[in-house]
Design a protein around this ligand. Structure first.
Ligand SMILES: [Zn+2]
Length: 260
């Protein structure tokens, strides 16, 4: 379907935005699969399509990240109580977590949840602090909330509400103890970049731990400055996703397909 450019009304313009969001999110699925950050056919990424966040796109149940297309993403309404009983229902844990997060946090346009190797390993340590030891770890200085209350799979809306309460202003990462990681962002590009760098930062920290040598920590003021400098580098996230899409356009262009 061509994206309308001229003479479109508000509804059509919104539909064009919606298509762009589908393509961006499909690209993020494909790339996380390439990076090995997926797990089986589990885990979920979502993006809000309505201003209040209630309507959102999420991956269909049981589909491998490497097979997600723009058109296969489910369009759901966080207030629709019949969602899980319908044909083509989403994964229940995806529903309970993402529906409540989008409904409660309209600013969190994109929500990504993975059990990626290094972030999950960090979440399994008694001390899950992301210590500031290099630029990537410093990016997360003050941005990480740790949910220490793992109580089984998230199979109720209460779990989503509890998680939403932990993501207070300024927190972009929720490290879920004994479980995995969740990031929020103002766009697919922002959340994708945040997840990518969090995994890299966790990899560096855990590689340092593996040496058994003491960490070379920087002062909090330096870490805080570096975190602010990262925020001024927002274009990096936009360029990152644009490059991912350019590579996929050459190597697996079917990710853009608007049919399921
Ligand atoms: Zn999970």
């Amino acid at each position: 379907m061509d994206t309308p450019v001229l003479g479109v009304g508000p509804a059509l313009a919104a539909e064009a935005d919606h298509e762009a969001l589908r393509i961006d999110l499909a690209a993020a699925f494909r790339w996380f699969a390439r990076l090995g950050m997926h797990e089986s056919v589990a885990n979920h990424l979502s993006v809000a399509v309505s201003p209040d966040g209630a309507q959102f796109l999420v991956n269909p149940r049981g589909r491998h990240f490497s097979r997600v297309t723009a058109g296969s993403l489910l369009l759901l309404d966080a207030h629709d109580r019949g969602t899980l009983t319908r044909e083509n229902a989403p994964d229940p844990t995806a529903w309970y977590l993402h529906a409540r997060l989008h409904a409660r946090l309209p600013r969190a346009r994109c929500v990504m949840h993975l059990h990626s190797k290094y972030a999950t390993a960090l979440a399994c340590l008694a001390d899950s602090t992301m210590y500031p030891i290099d630029m990537n770890t410093m990016r997360f200085f003050g941005r990480v909330a740790v949910d220490v209350r793992f109580s089984g799979m998230a199979l109720s809306g209460e779990e989503g509400d509890r998680v939403a309460d932990l993501l207070v202003e300024g927190k972009t990462v929720l490290l879920m103890a004994n479980h995995g990681v969740l990031v929020v962002g103002e766009s697919v590009a922002a959340a994708f970049d945040e997840m990518y760098y969090f995994e890299r930062a966790a990899e560096t920290l855990l590689t340092c731990y593996a040496t058994g040598k003491p960490l070379r920590l920087v002062p909090d003021a330096v870490a805080a400055l570096t975190e602010r400098q990262w925020r001024d580098y927002g274009q990096l996230a936009v360029d990152h996703l644009a490059n991912i899409k350019a590579i996929l356009d050459t190597e697996e262009p079917e990710y853009r397909k608007l049919c399921a």
